[in-house]
Write a protein that binds this ligand. Structure first.
Ligand code: BES
Ligand code: ZN
Ligand code: ZN
Length: 492
Protein backbone atom coordinates (compact mmCIF):
# COMPACT_ATOMS: atom_id res chain seq x y z
CA UNK A 1 0.00 0.00 0.00
CA UNK A 2 1.25 3.42 -0.94
CA UNK A 3 0.02 6.53 0.86
CA UNK A 4 -0.39 9.79 -1.07
CA UNK A 5 -1.30 13.10 0.48
CA UNK A 6 -2.94 15.35 -2.06
CA UNK A 7 -5.41 18.17 -2.51
CA UNK A 8 -7.36 16.15 -5.08
CA UNK A 9 -8.66 12.66 -5.62
CA UNK A 10 -7.54 10.85 -8.73
CA UNK A 11 -10.49 8.63 -9.78
CA UNK A 12 -10.68 6.40 -6.70
CA UNK A 13 -12.74 3.18 -6.68
CA UNK A 14 -13.85 3.86 -3.12
CA UNK A 15 -14.06 7.03 -1.05
CA UNK A 16 -14.14 7.12 2.72
CA UNK A 17 -15.80 10.17 4.27
CA UNK A 18 -15.05 10.53 7.98
CA UNK A 19 -17.78 12.82 9.28
CA UNK A 20 -18.29 14.77 12.47
CA UNK A 21 -21.68 15.13 14.07
CA UNK A 22 -21.74 18.92 13.68
CA UNK A 23 -23.77 21.64 11.99
CA UNK A 24 -22.14 20.86 8.63
CA UNK A 25 -23.21 17.23 8.63
CA UNK A 26 -26.43 17.89 6.81
CA UNK A 27 -24.75 19.85 4.00
CA UNK A 28 -22.02 17.21 3.75
CA UNK A 29 -24.61 14.47 3.33
CA UNK A 30 -26.45 16.44 0.62
CA UNK A 31 -23.18 16.74 -1.30
CA UNK A 32 -22.30 13.06 -0.89
CA UNK A 33 -25.82 11.98 -1.87
CA UNK A 34 -25.42 14.02 -5.04
CA UNK A 35 -22.09 12.36 -5.83
CA UNK A 36 -23.52 8.87 -5.31
CA UNK A 37 -26.83 9.60 -7.06
CA UNK A 38 -28.82 8.87 -3.89
CA UNK A 39 -31.61 10.58 -2.02
CA UNK A 40 -30.24 13.16 0.42
CA UNK A 41 -33.25 12.71 2.69
CA UNK A 42 -32.74 8.98 3.01
CA UNK A 43 -29.05 9.49 3.76
CA UNK A 44 -29.78 12.07 6.44
CA UNK A 45 -32.23 9.69 8.02
CA UNK A 46 -29.88 6.74 8.06
CA UNK A 47 -26.57 8.35 9.07
CA UNK A 48 -26.09 10.40 12.22
CA UNK A 49 -22.25 10.39 12.38
CA UNK A 50 -22.19 8.77 15.82
CA UNK A 51 -18.75 7.55 16.90
CA UNK A 52 -17.90 4.29 15.03
CA UNK A 53 -21.06 4.41 12.90
CA UNK A 54 -20.32 2.99 9.42
CA UNK A 55 -22.55 3.25 6.37
CA UNK A 56 -21.42 1.66 3.09
CA UNK A 57 -23.05 3.04 -0.06
CA UNK A 58 -22.88 1.40 -3.46
CA UNK A 59 -22.97 3.60 -6.52
CA UNK A 60 -24.01 2.76 -10.04
CA UNK A 61 -20.97 4.59 -11.40
CA UNK A 62 -18.21 2.84 -13.32
CA UNK A 63 -15.15 4.19 -11.51
CA UNK A 64 -16.37 5.07 -8.06
CA UNK A 65 -17.93 1.83 -6.81
CA UNK A 66 -18.30 2.43 -3.10
CA UNK A 67 -18.57 5.24 -0.61
CA UNK A 68 -18.12 4.63 3.10
CA UNK A 69 -19.43 7.10 5.64
CA UNK A 70 -17.61 6.85 8.96
CA UNK A 71 -19.07 8.56 12.01
CA UNK A 72 -16.74 10.31 14.43
CA UNK A 73 -19.22 11.72 16.93
CA UNK A 74 -19.03 15.30 18.15
CA UNK A 75 -15.52 15.73 19.53
CA UNK A 76 -13.33 12.74 18.80
CA UNK A 77 -10.01 12.46 20.64
CA UNK A 78 -6.70 11.18 19.22
CA UNK A 79 -7.51 7.68 20.46
CA UNK A 80 -10.97 7.74 18.82
CA UNK A 81 -9.47 8.47 15.40
CA UNK A 82 -6.98 5.64 15.87
CA UNK A 83 -9.62 3.13 17.00
CA UNK A 84 -12.19 4.02 14.35
CA UNK A 85 -9.74 3.82 11.44
CA UNK A 86 -7.96 0.74 12.73
CA UNK A 87 -11.22 -1.09 13.15
CA UNK A 88 -12.67 0.03 9.78
CA UNK A 89 -9.57 -0.86 7.76
CA UNK A 90 -9.04 -4.13 9.63
CA UNK A 91 -12.61 -5.28 8.96
CA UNK A 92 -12.68 -4.11 5.35
CA UNK A 93 -9.12 -4.78 4.20
CA UNK A 94 -10.02 -7.94 2.29
CA UNK A 95 -12.69 -6.20 0.23
CA UNK A 96 -11.34 -2.74 -0.46
CA UNK A 97 -10.54 -1.91 -4.09
CA UNK A 98 -7.00 -0.96 -5.09
CA UNK A 99 -7.54 2.80 -5.19
CA UNK A 100 -9.10 4.25 -2.04
CA UNK A 101 -9.45 7.89 -1.09
CA UNK A 102 -10.12 9.41 2.32
CA UNK A 103 -11.61 12.88 2.11
CA UNK A 104 -10.64 14.93 5.17
CA UNK A 105 -11.98 18.19 3.76
CA UNK A 106 -15.68 17.60 4.39
CA UNK A 107 -15.23 17.65 8.18
CA UNK A 108 -11.95 19.64 8.16
CA UNK A 109 -9.96 16.85 9.77
CA UNK A 110 -6.51 17.57 8.30
CA UNK A 111 -4.99 18.31 11.73
CA UNK A 112 -5.86 14.77 12.85
CA UNK A 113 -4.08 13.05 9.97
CA UNK A 114 -1.34 11.57 12.18
CA UNK A 115 -3.88 9.55 14.20
CA UNK A 116 -5.97 8.64 11.16
CA UNK A 117 -2.93 7.25 9.37
CA UNK A 118 -1.74 5.57 12.55
CA UNK A 119 -5.10 3.78 12.81
CA UNK A 120 -5.13 2.83 9.13
CA UNK A 121 -1.60 1.40 9.30
CA UNK A 122 -2.27 -0.54 12.53
CA UNK A 123 -5.00 -2.41 10.62
CA UNK A 124 -2.25 -4.24 8.71
CA UNK A 125 -1.39 -6.28 11.81
CA UNK A 126 -2.34 -9.98 11.79
CA UNK A 127 -1.83 -12.41 14.65
CA UNK A 128 -2.32 -15.66 12.70
CA UNK A 129 1.35 -15.99 11.80
CA UNK A 130 1.59 -19.69 12.59
CA UNK A 131 -1.35 -20.80 10.44
CA UNK A 132 -0.14 -23.17 7.74
CA UNK A 133 -2.99 -22.64 5.31
CA UNK A 134 -1.42 -19.78 3.41
CA UNK A 135 -4.16 -19.37 0.83
CA UNK A 136 -5.51 -16.46 2.87
CA UNK A 137 -6.10 -13.94 0.12
CA UNK A 138 -4.03 -10.82 -0.27
CA UNK A 139 -5.52 -7.73 1.28
CA UNK A 140 -5.40 -3.99 0.76
CA UNK A 141 -2.09 -3.73 2.62
CA UNK A 142 -0.21 -6.46 0.77
CA UNK A 143 -1.56 -5.45 -2.65
CA UNK A 144 -0.21 -2.83 -4.99
CA UNK A 145 -2.83 -0.44 -3.65
CA UNK A 146 -2.98 3.31 -3.22
CA UNK A 147 -4.52 5.28 -0.41
CA UNK A 148 -4.96 8.97 -1.17
CA UNK A 149 -5.72 11.36 1.66
CA UNK A 150 -7.31 14.59 0.56
CA UNK A 151 -6.46 17.73 2.52
CA UNK A 152 -6.61 21.45 1.65
CA UNK A 153 -3.92 22.51 -0.84
CA UNK A 154 -2.03 24.74 1.58
CA UNK A 155 -1.76 22.03 4.26
CA UNK A 156 -0.37 19.27 2.02
CA UNK A 157 3.26 19.60 3.14
CA UNK A 158 2.44 19.66 6.84
CA UNK A 159 0.00 16.78 6.45
CA UNK A 160 2.72 14.72 4.76
CA UNK A 161 5.02 15.10 7.76
CA UNK A 162 2.24 14.21 10.20
CA UNK A 163 1.16 11.23 8.11
CA UNK A 164 4.72 9.94 8.12
CA UNK A 165 4.86 10.14 11.92
CA UNK A 166 1.57 8.24 12.13
CA UNK A 167 2.88 5.57 9.76
CA UNK A 168 6.27 5.18 11.46
CA UNK A 169 4.57 4.97 14.85
CA UNK A 170 2.31 2.19 13.59
CA UNK A 171 5.25 0.27 12.09
CA UNK A 172 7.06 0.30 15.42
CA UNK A 173 3.89 -0.56 17.33
CA UNK A 174 3.34 -3.54 15.01
CA UNK A 175 6.92 -4.74 15.55
CA UNK A 176 6.40 -4.56 19.31
CA UNK A 177 2.98 -6.22 19.10
CA UNK A 178 4.53 -9.12 17.15
CA UNK A 179 7.23 -9.43 19.79
CA UNK A 180 4.80 -9.39 22.73
CA UNK A 181 2.44 -11.80 20.92
CA UNK A 182 5.27 -14.23 20.12
CA UNK A 183 5.01 -17.45 22.13
CA UNK A 184 7.62 -18.21 24.77
CA UNK A 185 9.19 -21.06 22.79
CA UNK A 186 10.38 -18.60 20.16
CA UNK A 187 10.83 -15.60 22.43
CA UNK A 188 13.27 -16.29 25.24
CA UNK A 189 15.93 -13.98 26.71
CA UNK A 190 18.54 -14.64 24.00
CA UNK A 191 15.96 -13.81 21.32
CA UNK A 192 15.02 -10.58 23.04
CA UNK A 193 18.68 -9.62 23.03
CA UNK A 194 18.93 -10.43 19.31
CA UNK A 195 15.85 -8.32 18.65
CA UNK A 196 17.36 -5.37 20.53
CA UNK A 197 20.69 -5.69 18.68
CA UNK A 198 18.98 -5.77 15.29
CA UNK A 199 16.76 -2.82 16.18
CA UNK A 200 19.82 -0.84 17.27
CA UNK A 201 21.54 -1.55 13.94
CA UNK A 202 18.45 -0.76 11.90
CA UNK A 203 17.42 2.44 13.62
CA UNK A 204 20.68 3.80 15.01
CA UNK A 205 21.06 3.34 18.75
CA UNK A 206 23.64 1.53 20.90
CA UNK A 207 22.88 -1.85 22.41
CA UNK A 208 24.87 -3.72 25.05
CA UNK A 209 23.90 -7.19 26.17
CA UNK A 210 25.23 -8.89 29.31
CA UNK A 211 24.89 -12.67 29.41
CA UNK A 212 24.28 -14.64 32.59
CA UNK A 213 27.98 -14.85 33.57
CA UNK A 214 28.47 -11.14 32.97
CA UNK A 215 25.32 -10.41 34.97
CA UNK A 216 26.78 -12.43 37.83
CA UNK A 217 30.07 -10.61 37.76
CA UNK A 218 28.33 -7.24 37.52
CA UNK A 219 26.44 -8.13 40.70
CA UNK A 220 22.96 -8.35 39.15
CA UNK A 221 22.06 -10.98 41.76
CA UNK A 222 18.32 -10.43 41.65
CA UNK A 223 18.02 -11.02 37.90
CA UNK A 224 20.31 -14.04 38.08
CA UNK A 225 18.25 -15.49 40.97
CA UNK A 226 14.97 -15.35 39.01
CA UNK A 227 16.74 -16.86 35.98
CA UNK A 228 17.90 -19.91 37.96
CA UNK A 229 14.73 -21.79 37.05
CA UNK A 230 15.66 -21.71 33.35
CA UNK A 231 18.95 -23.45 32.70
CA UNK A 232 18.29 -23.71 28.95
CA UNK A 233 17.29 -20.09 28.48
CA UNK A 234 19.36 -18.05 30.92
CA UNK A 235 18.74 -14.34 31.57
CA UNK A 236 20.10 -11.34 29.72
CA UNK A 237 20.53 -7.74 30.80
CA UNK A 238 20.02 -5.36 27.86
CA UNK A 239 21.11 -1.73 27.87
CA UNK A 240 20.03 0.60 25.04
CA UNK A 241 21.27 4.12 24.49
CA UNK A 242 20.00 6.67 22.01
CA UNK A 243 21.60 10.07 22.15
CA UNK A 244 21.19 12.95 19.71
CA UNK A 245 23.48 15.18 21.80
CA UNK A 246 26.22 15.32 19.15
CA UNK A 247 23.81 17.10 16.78
CA UNK A 248 22.18 19.34 19.39
CA UNK A 249 23.11 22.90 20.31
CA UNK A 250 22.23 22.61 23.98
CA UNK A 251 22.52 19.62 26.32
CA UNK A 252 19.65 17.20 25.90
CA UNK A 253 17.50 15.80 28.66
CA UNK A 254 18.65 12.40 29.88
CA UNK A 255 15.72 10.05 30.42
CA UNK A 256 16.02 6.53 31.85
CA UNK A 257 13.49 3.84 30.93
CA UNK A 258 13.34 0.44 32.60
CA UNK A 259 11.13 -2.40 31.31
CA UNK A 260 10.13 -5.71 32.89
CA UNK A 261 11.21 -8.43 30.48
CA UNK A 262 9.78 -11.71 31.77
CA UNK A 263 9.42 -13.72 28.56
CA UNK A 264 7.19 -16.22 30.36
CA UNK A 265 5.86 -16.14 33.90
CA UNK A 266 4.81 -19.56 35.22
CA UNK A 267 4.96 -18.11 38.71
CA UNK A 268 8.01 -20.25 39.41
CA UNK A 269 7.76 -22.63 42.40
CA UNK A 270 4.81 -20.52 43.65
CA UNK A 271 3.23 -21.72 40.43
CA UNK A 272 0.23 -20.03 38.86
CA UNK A 273 -3.05 -21.73 38.10
CA UNK A 274 -3.20 -22.83 34.48
CA UNK A 275 -6.37 -20.83 33.71
CA UNK A 276 -4.89 -17.95 31.79
CA UNK A 277 -1.21 -18.77 32.20
CA UNK A 278 -0.78 -18.66 28.42
CA UNK A 279 -1.24 -14.88 28.61
CA UNK A 280 1.99 -14.76 30.56
CA UNK A 281 3.95 -14.71 27.29
CA UNK A 282 3.08 -11.01 27.45
CA UNK A 283 4.91 -10.49 30.73
CA UNK A 284 7.62 -8.67 28.78
CA UNK A 285 5.18 -5.92 27.71
CA UNK A 286 7.18 -3.36 29.71
CA UNK A 287 10.35 -4.37 27.88
CA UNK A 288 8.42 -4.05 24.61
CA UNK A 289 7.35 -0.52 25.52
CA UNK A 290 10.94 0.50 26.24
CA UNK A 291 12.28 -1.10 23.04
CA UNK A 292 9.52 0.49 20.97
CA UNK A 293 9.90 3.94 22.50
CA UNK A 294 13.64 4.03 21.87
CA UNK A 295 13.22 2.62 18.36
CA UNK A 296 10.59 5.22 17.48
CA UNK A 297 12.50 8.09 19.11
CA UNK A 298 15.49 7.12 16.97
CA UNK A 299 13.38 6.92 13.81
CA UNK A 300 11.79 10.30 14.49
CA UNK A 301 15.19 11.73 15.53
CA UNK A 302 13.76 13.16 18.74
CA UNK A 303 16.20 15.55 20.45
CA UNK A 304 16.71 13.57 23.65
CA UNK A 305 19.19 11.26 25.39
CA UNK A 306 17.46 7.98 26.21
CA UNK A 307 18.78 5.07 28.23
CA UNK A 308 16.80 1.83 28.23
CA UNK A 309 17.50 -0.94 30.72
CA UNK A 310 15.77 -4.27 30.25
CA UNK A 311 16.34 -7.23 32.57
CA UNK A 312 15.10 -10.28 30.67
CA UNK A 313 14.39 -13.72 32.06
CA UNK A 314 11.88 -16.54 32.15
CA UNK A 315 10.23 -17.32 35.48
CA UNK A 316 10.22 -21.11 35.39
CA UNK A 317 10.39 -24.16 37.61
CA UNK A 318 13.37 -26.48 37.92
CA UNK A 319 15.57 -27.93 40.63
CA UNK A 320 17.71 -24.81 40.72
CA UNK A 321 14.77 -22.43 40.72
CA UNK A 322 14.35 -19.73 43.31
CA UNK A 323 12.29 -20.93 46.28
CA UNK A 324 9.99 -19.11 48.65
CA UNK A 325 12.12 -18.30 51.74
CA UNK A 326 15.34 -17.76 49.72
CA UNK A 327 17.26 -14.60 50.49
CA UNK A 328 18.99 -13.04 47.50
CA UNK A 329 21.56 -10.31 46.89
CA UNK A 330 20.89 -7.42 44.52
CA UNK A 331 22.93 -4.93 42.49
CA UNK A 332 22.15 -2.27 45.10
CA UNK A 333 23.75 -4.32 47.89
CA UNK A 334 20.36 -4.73 49.63
CA UNK A 335 18.97 -8.19 50.36
CA UNK A 336 15.50 -9.50 49.43
CA UNK A 337 13.57 -12.23 51.23
CA UNK A 338 11.55 -14.09 48.59
CA UNK A 339 8.10 -14.84 50.00
CA UNK A 340 6.50 -15.65 46.66
CA UNK A 341 8.39 -16.48 43.49
CA UNK A 342 5.45 -15.22 41.41
CA UNK A 343 6.24 -11.67 42.49
CA UNK A 344 9.31 -11.92 40.22
CA UNK A 345 8.87 -8.72 38.21
CA UNK A 346 9.75 -6.46 41.12
CA UNK A 347 12.81 -8.62 41.86
CA UNK A 348 14.35 -8.15 38.42
CA UNK A 349 13.29 -4.47 38.30
CA UNK A 350 15.18 -3.94 41.56
CA UNK A 351 18.39 -4.59 39.64
CA UNK A 352 17.24 -2.62 36.58
CA UNK A 353 16.37 0.44 38.64
CA UNK A 354 19.48 0.55 40.80
CA UNK A 355 21.68 -0.11 37.76
CA UNK A 356 20.24 2.76 35.71
CA UNK A 357 20.39 5.12 38.70
CA UNK A 358 23.98 4.29 39.60
CA UNK A 359 25.56 3.92 36.16
CA UNK A 360 23.66 6.60 34.16
CA UNK A 361 22.15 9.01 36.70
CA UNK A 362 19.26 9.99 34.40
CA UNK A 363 17.26 13.06 35.31
CA UNK A 364 13.99 11.10 35.08
CA UNK A 365 13.43 7.36 35.60
CA UNK A 366 10.28 5.71 34.26
CA UNK A 367 9.70 1.99 34.59
CA UNK A 368 6.98 0.00 32.86
CA UNK A 369 5.95 -3.44 34.03
CA UNK A 370 3.11 -5.94 33.79
CA UNK A 371 3.53 -6.10 37.53
CA UNK A 372 0.38 -6.93 39.49
CA UNK A 373 -3.00 -8.55 39.03
CA UNK A 374 -4.04 -6.20 41.83
CA UNK A 375 -3.62 -3.20 39.51
CA UNK A 376 -6.15 -4.84 37.16
CA UNK A 377 -8.47 -5.40 40.12
CA UNK A 378 -8.23 -1.67 40.91
CA UNK A 379 -8.38 -0.10 37.44
CA UNK A 380 -9.61 -2.82 35.10
CA UNK A 381 -8.47 -2.76 31.49
CA UNK A 382 -8.91 0.97 30.89
CA UNK A 383 -5.91 2.57 32.55
CA UNK A 384 -2.45 1.65 33.75
CA UNK A 385 -1.49 2.42 37.34
CA UNK A 386 0.84 5.37 37.83
CA UNK A 387 2.87 5.66 41.01
CA UNK A 388 5.34 8.50 41.28
CA UNK A 389 7.34 10.45 43.80
CA UNK A 390 7.22 13.58 41.64
CA UNK A 391 3.97 15.51 41.16
CA UNK A 392 5.14 17.42 38.10
CA UNK A 393 6.19 14.24 36.29
CA UNK A 394 2.96 12.52 37.36
CA UNK A 395 0.85 15.39 36.04
CA UNK A 396 2.70 15.37 32.72
CA UNK A 397 2.24 11.63 32.30
CA UNK A 398 -1.44 11.74 33.30
CA UNK A 399 -2.10 14.50 30.77
CA UNK A 400 -0.20 12.64 28.04
CA UNK A 401 -2.23 9.53 28.86
CA UNK A 402 -5.49 11.42 28.32
CA UNK A 403 -4.21 12.93 25.08
CA UNK A 404 -2.74 9.78 23.57
CA UNK A 405 -5.52 7.48 24.76
CA UNK A 406 -3.00 5.25 26.59
CA UNK A 407 -4.55 6.25 29.87
CA UNK A 408 -3.09 6.28 33.36
CA UNK A 409 -4.58 6.68 36.82
CA UNK A 410 -2.51 7.70 39.80
CA UNK A 411 -2.35 5.58 42.94
CA UNK A 412 -0.76 6.81 46.17
CA UNK A 413 2.82 6.06 47.08
CA UNK A 414 2.47 7.09 50.72
CA UNK A 415 4.87 5.78 53.32
CA UNK A 416 1.85 4.37 55.17
CA UNK A 417 2.29 1.30 52.95
CA UNK A 418 6.02 0.95 53.45
CA UNK A 419 5.99 -1.25 56.55
CA UNK A 420 4.03 -3.92 54.71
CA UNK A 421 7.20 -4.81 52.81
CA UNK A 422 9.48 -5.07 55.87
CA UNK A 423 11.25 -8.39 56.30
CA UNK A 424 12.31 -9.86 59.65
CA UNK A 425 15.43 -11.40 58.20
CA UNK A 426 16.46 -9.29 55.19
CA UNK A 427 16.32 -5.64 54.06
CA UNK A 428 12.97 -6.10 52.33
CA UNK A 429 10.56 -8.90 51.39
CA UNK A 430 9.05 -9.28 47.94
CA UNK A 431 5.44 -9.70 49.07
CA UNK A 432 3.35 -8.17 51.80
CA UNK A 433 1.63 -10.57 54.21
CA UNK A 434 -1.67 -8.76 53.67
CA UNK A 435 -3.63 -9.39 50.46
CA UNK A 436 -4.46 -5.69 50.03
CA UNK A 437 -3.09 -2.71 48.07
CA UNK A 438 -0.87 -5.02 46.00
CA UNK A 439 -0.11 -2.53 43.22
CA UNK A 440 0.97 0.06 45.80
CA UNK A 441 3.07 -2.25 47.96
CA UNK A 442 4.82 -3.48 44.77
CA UNK A 443 5.69 0.16 43.99
CA UNK A 444 6.88 0.71 47.58
CA UNK A 445 9.23 -2.24 47.05
CA UNK A 446 10.57 -0.71 43.81
CA UNK A 447 11.03 2.68 45.48
CA UNK A 448 13.75 1.21 47.69
CA UNK A 449 15.86 0.51 44.62
CA UNK A 450 15.72 3.96 43.03
CA UNK A 451 17.94 4.94 45.95
CA UNK A 452 16.50 8.38 46.69
CA UNK A 453 16.04 9.50 43.07
CA UNK A 454 13.46 12.28 43.19
CA UNK A 455 11.95 12.07 39.70
CA UNK A 456 10.64 8.55 39.22
CA UNK A 457 7.42 7.09 37.86
CA UNK A 458 6.32 3.47 37.88
CA UNK A 459 3.70 2.38 35.35
CA UNK A 460 1.90 -0.86 36.21
CA UNK A 461 0.68 -1.95 32.76
CA UNK A 462 -0.59 -5.44 33.70
CA UNK A 463 -4.08 -4.70 32.39
CA UNK A 464 -2.97 -2.74 29.33
CA UNK A 465 -0.20 -4.68 27.57
CA UNK A 466 -2.56 -7.40 26.38
CA UNK A 467 -6.16 -6.61 25.46
CA UNK A 468 -9.28 -7.58 23.57
CA UNK A 469 -9.39 -6.16 20.05
CA UNK A 470 -10.49 -6.90 16.51
CA UNK A 471 -7.22 -8.80 15.91
CA UNK A 472 -8.55 -12.01 17.48
CA UNK A 473 -11.00 -13.72 19.80
CA UNK A 474 -8.47 -13.85 22.64
CA UNK A 475 -6.43 -11.01 24.04
CA UNK A 476 -3.43 -9.86 22.04
CA UNK A 477 -0.64 -7.33 22.36
CA UNK A 478 -1.24 -3.57 22.34
CA UNK A 479 2.27 -2.06 22.44
CA UNK A 480 0.91 0.08 25.29
CA UNK A 481 3.46 2.68 26.32
CA UNK A 482 5.03 3.35 22.93
CA UNK A 483 2.54 6.07 21.96
CA UNK A 484 2.31 7.37 25.54
CA UNK A 485 6.06 7.78 26.02
CA UNK A 486 6.87 9.11 22.55
CA UNK A 487 4.04 11.65 22.87
CA UNK A 488 5.50 12.68 26.24
CA UNK A 489 9.03 12.88 24.81
CA UNK A 490 7.85 14.97 21.86
CA UNK A 491 6.33 17.41 24.32
CA UNK A 492 9.50 17.84 26.40
N1 BES B 1 3.08 -11.01 35.70
C1 BES B 1 2.30 -11.02 36.87
C2 BES B 1 1.25 -9.91 36.93
C3 BES B 1 0.16 -9.97 35.90
C4 BES B 1 -1.06 -10.53 36.23
C5 BES B 1 0.32 -9.44 34.65
C6 BES B 1 -2.07 -10.58 35.29
C7 BES B 1 -0.70 -9.49 33.70
C8 BES B 1 -1.90 -10.05 34.02
C9 BES B 1 3.19 -10.87 38.11
O1 BES B 1 4.47 -11.37 37.99
C10 BES B 1 2.52 -11.65 39.17
O2 BES B 1 2.49 -12.84 39.06
N2 BES B 1 2.00 -10.95 40.14
C11 BES B 1 1.28 -11.59 41.16
C12 BES B 1 1.85 -11.18 42.46
C13 BES B 1 1.33 -12.00 43.57
C14 BES B 1 2.22 -13.15 43.80
C15 BES B 1 1.25 -11.15 44.78
C16 BES B 1 -0.17 -11.14 41.05
O3 BES B 1 -0.41 -9.96 40.82
O4 BES B 1 -1.06 -11.98 41.15
ZN1 ZN C 1 4.61 -13.44 38.52
ZN1 ZN D 1 5.22 -11.47 36.06
Amino acid sequence: MKINISSQLNSPQAIVYPLLDNEELSANLVKIAGEAGLSADALQQDFKAGLKEILPLYTAQKDLQKIYLIGLGKEPKQADFIKVFRSFFYKHKKRLPLAVGIDLNASKLETSIEYIINGVCLAEYEIGVFKTDKKAEADFFSADSELTIVVPEKTVEKARTSAEIGEETAKTQIRIMSLVDAPANIKYPQKMAEYARQAGELYGFDVKVFDEKECESLGLGALVAVGKGSTENPPRFIVLEYNLSALAEKPLRKIGLVGKGVTFDTGGVSIKGSGSMSYMKSDMGGAGAVLGTIELAAKLKLPVHLIGVIPVTENCVDGNALKPSDVINTYSGKTIEVIDTDAEGRIILADGLSYIKKVYEPEVIIDLATLTGNCIAALGYNAAGLLSNNDELAEQLLATGQLSGEKLWRLPLWDDYKDMMKSDIADVKNLSSLPIAGAITAAKFLEIFIDGHSNWAHLDIAGMAFADSEYGSMKSATAYGVRLLTTWLRGL
